[in-house]
Design a protein around this ligand. Structure first.
Ligand code: VGL
Ligand code: ZN
Length: 227
């Protein structure tokens, strides 16, 4: 397979937002910020930019949806739920993997709250995911069993949405799988590449995400090109 590097990505020069567009902001929660339980390097640096695009969508009356990773204690994606396993150990089980995580985004805790500066009041809907102990959910559309819907698809369809714009954390997990599922479900998908940051584990996760998104027709755009 041809390898795709960040430098090779072609960006859509500009998009005028219109009816039928929605913004899906993924997992901008304390545990994914520096100092959190599953920190994404520089995750906090995109908060201002994310707020700005949320404001643009909101001002045009377009749907703004936030997702929240929302796990019960003892979730099977946590290394602590498996004897002798450490965070980031490779692990494959139905609905879980490819690695185990530190305990993070436990429902109702500070770590699961949105970053304090995120203008979360601009969201019209919040999708919570990963709340079943045995199954993880990277995508905001589908749980990792690849059959259980989160409800996002129904929400978007009932609002007449055709194009989704996505950003947030983390680039190589929840934003990536959301973009892929958006394509599978027939939406035009724009991935706002400067408003996302990767976990970068295991090695190669970023390249895999870029390759698969490119192949499935996800469009790449920078925040300043969304008008
Ligand atoms: C995420 C790993 C585990 C994400 C959530 O939001 O990308 N990654 N849970
Ligand atoms: Zn999680």
């Amino acid at each position: 397979m041809v390898s795709v590097a960040i430098e090779d990505i072609k960006y859509i020069p500009s998009v005028s937002l219109a009816e039928g567009d929605a913004l899906v902001v993924v997992d901008m929660q304390n545990d994914f910020m520096p100092g959190g339980a599953l920190p994404v390097a520089e995750g906090d640096t995109i908060v201002g930019g994310v707020n700005h695009v949320m404001e643009i969508f909101h001002a045009k009356g377009l749907s703004v949806i936030l997702s929240q990773d929302w796990h019960p204690m003892g979730h099977l994606s946590f290394a602590s739920a498996h004897d002798g396993r450490k965070p980031f150990d490779p692990f494959e089980a139905p609905g879980i993997g490819p690695v185990l995580w530190p305990d993070h985004c436990v429902m109702g805790t500070h770590g699961a709250e949105f970053h304090k500066d995120l203008r979360s009041h601009l969201a019209h809907a919040i999708i919570r995911k990963g709340y079943r102990r045995e199954v993880d959910s990277y995508s905001c559309f589908m749980e990792n069993d690849m059959k259980t819907e989160t409800g996002l698809d129904g929400y978007l369809r009932s609002k007449g949405v055709k194009r989704i714009f996505t950003c947030g954390l983390a680039m190589d997990y929840c934003v990536y799988f959301t973009a892929m599922d958006g394509r599978k479900k027939g939406f035009e998908v724009y991935y706002i590449s400067d408003l996302t940051k990767p976990v970068a584990s295991p090695e190669g996760s970023i390249t895999t995400a870029l390759e698969n998104m490119t192949r499935s027709g996800v469009k790449f755009i920078k925040a300043e090109a969304v008008k």
